[in-house]
Structures are given as structure tokens and as C-alpha cells.
Design a protein around this ligand. Structure first.
Ligand code: NAD
Length: 490
């Protein structure tokens, strides 16, 4: 296991193929976002490495898919045990690699990564399939579900181990073998997890991890003829490319993409709870969660009070060194991303938007070693039209916009007025209204009077440009298996 002292500038990661660590000729620099310094080298894999990983996965498939669900569940639970045993090393590494606070990694990322294995270890034991009788034909029909083969898994940088294990766990629980490619910007915890595979009893070749960029390693995986299924989480733009690239092979695709999530706040909302939760839903993990709120529509009669209280609460949302437990946010993932987020704020300002706090208004007081890190304070903007880019495009940073509305119809129509449809929140004490509005919102997930409460059994995913397909207990089971109808004439 990686100890903290090992996380040094010369840390060089290796691919994990067929149960062995395999070095790569070329590498990419990976940065510590909180200092701006290179601290690790990630394999710059391409077709050759992906071919080797797919061959190893293909080779391991017959034996792994023939194991019983209980045998596979035992391995998943053991892997969860081992991650939990090394919790603090994983926490420190995730924070350093991604820029998030240690507290967030300790309370969200790593516990959930371990839980993903536990959840699917249990879930896979409880599925049933269909059966129908055709007595008049002397036939019994039933369905079975079979693993698909080698699953290609591609994940982003915002919740690195959490989202990677959300794919690996159901894929291997259902009997597939996998080739996974984490984001080239956050590869360390995936590499650390590879060190646990043998002890967990994962047979060589069942889990292969190839590190590298999307354009080389990701593209080689998506274009590989022996990978019939791709589960991808990332941007809508990359998903378009993956869809085109995989179309000639008719691959099974699950696409979990970006969002531009509205919060709709009615005058009868419990404002104390609503403001506390909406600050959290806007800025958690530096706003780098696909489910973060970035458009807040507030009923006009409470708009002034809401704005004043929301800005005051945001000013208390502290940004700084990820290791400082008093900070709510750490650093953004990269210099390029920080510049992109800042450019949205600059564009809003040039269009007449009012910046109430954050970027350009509040100066961060950073420790000396963090002065070159990629930090940005939580930012609240008003006075912006729904058609402006900051109200239409995913920002994926600590920025949220607030705007008043008059009627329920108007709120729903403006909430739906973007190309995305991932998540939404609705705040009201009127049960009829929350139900009505939730039903009309174009979003795969609607939280009313709360945010990010997740039952992993429920379908997760978006509509419109936010995705294709759903993941979660039964949905992941269906995605990672093929159904077969069998008719027995007796
Ligand atoms: P991204 O699309 O740039 O990259 C995601 C992954 O795809 C990375 O591993 C990358 O290397 C790889 N990739 C890039 N180009 C590729 C290609 N041509 N072929 C194959 N793979 C390729 O996204 P990102 O910047 O890493 O992540 C942020 C995005 O992810 C945001 O849009 C966010 O909303 C989205 N996201 C969605 C969810 C969800 O569940 N809906 C969750 C987290 C993040």
C-alpha cells in the first residue's frame, strides 16, 4: 500500500494488466492541484497497452463468468474490507490528486468507493428473472441474464475512485471482466486499488486498469472490437465522440454526462434548511459534481430575503488548503479548468451580471505552499439572462446564479430550458406542488426538500444531453448482462 511518504514527485504509476504491474514507455505529468506542482507520472498508454489488457480480460472471462454470484460477492466484499483497512492512505491520496478537501474524501469519496463493492456484492444475490407458462402449447418460457464479456469502463476526475468503483463493482459482480481507464488527471487511487486485487482474491485478468489520455488509451478501448460494452462517465462532448466511434461495432453504451441543474425555491419553503442545503448543493467538492446546483430560481416574494441570506451563507463557505479541516472547498482540478470557470464569470460580468461574492470580489488568504494552487472562492451571480452561456452551459465549478420567478409554470419552463436534464431540486412545503413540479421537470433525478440523498437501488442517470441509460441496482444488472429468452417444450 502507498504510504504518504511515497507520494513524492517521482511517483511513477504502472498499468495493471493480467494481475501484474506493467511499466509504460511514456508518461504524462499529473499535478497536485493545491500547489500547482507535478507530483506523479501517469502511463501514457495507447493501443498496445489496451490490446494487452483486453487480451488478459478475454482470457479471464470464461472462468470468472462461471463462478457463482456468491463466489464473486465474496471477492467484492473482501476488496471493500481492504479499501476500508487502508482508508486513510486512500483519503490522503485522493485529496492530493484531485484537490478536494481531506474531509470530503474521508466522508464521501473513499467510504462510498468501498460501499460500491459491498452494495453490488449484495445486490447481485437478489435478482430474479421472468417466467411465463404457455400450457396450451406445452411450453414454459423463462429468461436468464448472462455477462456480456469484456467491459470497457471510462471515468472522470471529479470523484475518481468513487465513480470508477461504481462501474467496476457491478461489472465484475455480474461476471464480466473489465478494462478500466480512469481520468489521466486522477489515477493514483485506482493504481493503489490494483495493489489490493490479489489479496482480495480477484483472479488475474478480471480487473485490468490502463492509464492514459482519452484520445489515446480511451479511444483505443472504445474502438476495440473485443469490448462489446462501454460504460462512460464524463462530458457530453466526449460522449458524442464515443458514440460515433463505437457505432460501427453496435456496442452497448451507458453514458453518464454533464448537467445544468436547477433548484426551484417556492415562497413556502423552509428557508433555513433550503439555504443550508442549496449552498452545499452549489459548492460541494468545488462545484465539481455533476449533480451540483448551478441555476437557482426563487419565487419573487422571497427573492430579496433569499439572496441576502444565501450570499451571507456562501461567504462562510471557506476555500483553502485541502488539509485544513475548517475549509469547505479545496482546489479545482487544473489550471485550464480554473481558467475556464473564471471565463464564465468574466462573460457574465461583461453581460451586466452582478457578482455578489467570490471570484473578483473576495480574496483568498492561502498558505504560502498553496499560492500557486488552482483555487477559486464560491461565487454567486445575479442579473443574468437565461440565454447567457453561464445559464446554459455546464461550468463544473463553484459558481451559481440566482434569478426570481413569478409562477409555477414559469419556474418549470425555465428549469427545463437547457439542453441538459440530469438533476433538479424543488423546495416547498406543499406536497401537491412538489409532486407536480417534480413530475414536469426534465431531469433523471429530482430531489425535493433535500439534495444528494441516494438509494443505490434506484436508477441514476440523466435525460436529454445528460446521458443515455441508467445505472444503479437493477439498472446496472441489466446493463452489464444480456437477457436471453428460453422456451422449453415439455
Ligand atoms: P471528459 O469527458 O473530458 O473525460 C472523462 C473520461 O473520458 C476521462 O477518463 C478521459 O480521459 C476520457 N476521454 C476523453 N476523451 C475520450 C475519447 N475520445 N475516447 C474515450 N475516452 C475519452 O470529462 P471530465 O472533464 O473528466 O469530467 C467532467 C465531466 O464529467 C463533466 O461534464 C461532468 O458533469 C461529468 N460527470 C458526469 C457524471 C454523471 O454521473 N452524470 C458524474 C461525474 C462527472
Amino acid at each position: 500500500m502507498l504510504k504518504n511518504s511515497e507520494v513524492r514527485p517521482n511517483l511513477v504509476l504502472e498499468n495493471f494488466i493480467g494481475g501484474k504491474f506493467v511499466s509504460c514507455q511514456q508518461h504524462i505529468d499529473s499535478y497536485d492541484p493545491s500547489t500547482g506542482e507535478v507530483y506523479c507520472k501517469v502511463p501514457d498508454s495507447g493501443k498496445e497497452e489496451v490490446d494487452a489488457a483486453v487480451a488478459a480480460a478475454k482470457n479471464a472471462f470464461p472462468q470468472w463468468s462461471a463462478c457463482s454470484p456468491q463466489q464473486r460477492a465474496d471477492v467484492l466484499n473482501k476488496l471493500a474490507d481492504l479499501i476500508e483497512a487502508d482508508m486513510e492512505e486512500f483519503v490522503q491520496a485522493e485529496s492530493r490528486d484531485q484537490g478536494k478537501t481531506i474531509i470530503f474524501a474521508r466522508t464521501v469519496d473513499i467510504p462510498r468507493a468501498a460501499y460500491n463493492f459491498r452494495f453490488f456484492a449484495s445486490s447481485v444475490l437478489h435478482h430474479t428473472t421472468d417466467c411465463s407458462l404457455m400450457d396450451h402449447m406445452g411450453c414454459l418460457n423463462y429468461t436468464i441474464r448472462c455477462p456480456v464479456g469484456v467491459a470497457g469502463l471510462i471515468s472522470p476526475w471529479n470523484l475518481p475512485l468513487y465513480l470508477l468503483t461504481w462501474k467496476i463493482a457491478p461489472a465484475i459482480a455480474t461476471g464480466n471482466t473489465v478494462v478500466a481507464k480512469p481520468s489521466e488527471m486522477t489515477s493514483v487511487t485506482a493504481w493503489m486499488m490494483c495493489k489490493l486485487m490479489q489479496r482480495a482474491g480477484v483472479p488475474p485478468g478480471v480487473v485490468n486498469i490502463v492509464f492514459g489520455t482519452g484520445l489515446k488509451a480511451g479511444d483505443a478501448l472504445v474502438g476495440h472490437p473485443d469490448v462489446p460494452l462501454i460504460s462512460f462517465t464524463g462530458s457530453t462532448k466526449t460522449a458524442q465522440r464515443i458514440t460515433e466511434r463505437s457505432a460501427p461495432f453496435c456496442k452497448k453504451l451507458s453514458l453518464e454526462l454533464g448537467g445544468k441543474n436547477p433548484a426551484i425555491i417556492f415562497a413556502d419553503a423552509d428557508l433555513d434548511k433550503c439555504i443550508e442545503t442549496t449552498v452545499r448543493s452549489s459548492f460541494s467538492n468545488q462545484g465539481e459534481i455533476c449533480l451540483c446546483t448551478s441555476r437557482i430560481y426563487v419565487e419573487k416574494s422571497i427573492y430579496v430575503e433569499f439572496l441576502e441570506r444565501f450570499v451571507a451563507a456562501t461567504k462562510k463557505w471557506k476555500t483553502g488548503a485541502p488539509s485544513d479541516p475548517s475549509n469547505n472547498n479545496g482546489a479545482l482540478i487544473s489550471k485550464e479548468h480554473l481558467e475556464k470557470v473564471r471565463s464564465f464569470v468574466a462573460a457574465a460580468k461583461s453581460e451586466g451580471g452582478v457578482i455578489h461574492c467570490g471570484e473578483g470580489v473576495d480574496k483568498l488568504d492561502l498558505p504560502e505552499r498553496n499560492k500557486s494552487g488552482f483555487f477559486m472562492p464560491a461565487t454567486v451571480i445575479t442579473g443574468i439572462s437565461d440565454t447567457s452561456s453561464i445559464m446554459q452551459e455546464e461550468i463544473f465549478g463553484p459558481v451559481t446564479c440566482i434569478s426570481p420567478f413569478d409562477t409555477e409554470d414559469e419556474a418549470v419552463s425555465r428549469g427545463n430550458g437547457v439542453r441538459y436534464g440530469l438533476a433538479a431540486t424543488v423546495w416547498s412545503r406543499d406536497v401537491g406542488r412538489v409532486h407536480r413540479v417534480a413530475q414536469r421537470l426534465q431531469a433523471g433525478l429530482v430531489w425535493t426538500n433535500c439534495w444528494l440523498v441516494r438509494d443505490l437501488n434506484l436508477p441514476f442517470g440523466g435525460m436529454k444531453s445528460s446521458g443515455v441509460g441508467r445505472e444503479g441496482g437493477k439498472d446496472s444488472y441489466h446493463f452489464f448482462t444480456e437477457v436471453k429468452s428460453i422456451t422449453i417444450k415439455h
